[in-house]
Design a protein around this ligand. Structure first.
Ligand SMILES: Nc1ncnc2c1ncn2[C@@H]1O[C@H](COP(=O)(O)OP(=O)(O)OP(=O)(O)O)[C@@H](O)[C@H]1O
Length: 267
């Protein structure tokens, strides 16, 4: 632990190097410690896969990065800002630079893919909008481009509740891109998808991360998907970081030992 901590230059030493920087983070809910002395750094443009068994603390960690939870001890910097000490306005400003992808896609089912994507730009608009044509032309062009980037331009007029799970997650990614995020937090974005759709969604996320230099911190249960898409893997077990390595030096078997099964069972 100590060695890894000293290996991470602080934001003060290298301003702008990290999209996420956590040091010595301790988080408890009542008497239950959920994160214990966690150090984690996500470099700008890096795709970090966060793995670990159920209850290891992955979602809690992502929520700390977003300022939805606060730490008892330690520090969190998200895009150079401590979300816990931000004013409401500051937190809102920070969150416009942070995109999300969740297991539940968070789309409005009765609206079209296009309108859902446009809703990703609502924070930049003064008034609520109803219907695609009520959005400025530049945003409609951007929404179509983002749908195209996730391979969903042809389905732009389709209601989201008639799309497959994988298609819905791709629309959700396109919606997130409307914010122009510098960081995407993804909490098990493919947990409810079949293997082919899961691979496609992660491939799209990784490609967009590289093309737009967006940092991604993505919790995943599937070891192979984490290894195939992440630059680096951070593994949590019982709230502690038990592994932090470049993905290309890791094997699936070694990573599975983190889950404590060693038999190839995820989760
Ligand atoms: N708001 C909360 N209040 C109390 N306990 C919580 C709260 N949020 C999370 N926990 C507890 O913290 C622990 C870690 O939960 P968390 O959801 O972060 O794990 P996880 O690694 O994301 O699990 P999974 O892979 O199953 O989603 C669990 O024991 C959970 O019950």
């Amino acid at each position: 632990m100590r060695g890894r901590r000293s290996a991470i230059p602080t934001a003060a030493e290298e301003p702008g190097r990290y999209a996420v920087e956590m040091r010595g983070v301790h988080k408890a809910f009542g008497a239950v410690t959920v994160l214990d002395d966690v150090d984690l750094a996500v470099r700008r443009g890096e795709f970090v896969g966060l793995v670990g068994p159920s209850g290891a603390g992955k979602s809690t960690l992502l929520r700390l990065v977003n300022g939805m939870h606060t730490v008892e001890r330690g520090s969190v910097r998200t895009l150079g800002t401590d979300p816990a000490t931000c004013s409401r306005r500051g937190l809102r400003a920070l969150r416009t630079k942070v995109g999300f992808a969740f297991q539940q896609f968070g789309l409005v089912g009765r609206l079209s893919a296009m309108e859902n994507v446009l809703m990703g730009a609502l924070a930049t608009l003064r008034w609520p909008r109803y219907g695609v044509m009520s959005y400025p032309r530049a945003l409609r062009v951007a929404a179509l481009e983002n749908l195209d980037r996730v391979g969903m331009a042809d389905q732009r007029f389709q209601r989201c509740d008639t799309l497959s799970g994988g298609q819905q997650q791709r629309v959700a990614v396109a919606r997130t891109l409307m914010q122009g995020p510098q960081l995407i937090l993804a909490d098990e974005p493919v947990a409810s998808l079949d293997p082919a759709s899961s691979a496609l969604v992660l491939d799209i996320l990784r490609r967009i991360s590289r093309e737009d230099d967006i940092s991604v911190l993505c919790s995943l249960h599937q070891v192979e998907l984490a290894l195939a898409n992440a630059d680096r893997i951070v593994a949590l077990r019982a709230g502690r970081v038990v592994l932090d390595e470049a993905a290309d030096t890791l094997t699936a078997d070694r990573l599975r030992t983190v889950y404590g099964t060693g038999d190839g069972t995820d989760g």
